[in-house]
Design a protein around this ligand. Sequence first.
Ligand SMILES: [Zn+2]
Length: 100
Amino acid sequence: MTMISDKDIKNFLETAPIYTWIEFPKPAINRHSLSIGAIDAFCETCGHVRPFHDMRSRGSGAGLPSPKPLSNGTSYFEFTCVTCRKERREFLVEQIFDEK
Ligand SMILES: [Zn+2]
């Protein structure tokens, strides 16, 4: 069984249709957030697939201000095309945890 990784989250955001659920085994080491730094997506302005990065400022150090373990709730993602810096992709993901 694979544990949820940044790659899994990236793949989910890139490929899952809207309103899709996916299950992952509970990670042995809990993540503090589902946030990841980048995805690849089609950019309407550039006309092809480009890297999109999360360009929001994170204060000092990624993840440090929120040491709470990941729990039920929602995660917001915002990525901007690194080439034109105009196109943006936003996602709101609902996460539900149980013992497994
Ligand atoms: Zn672009």
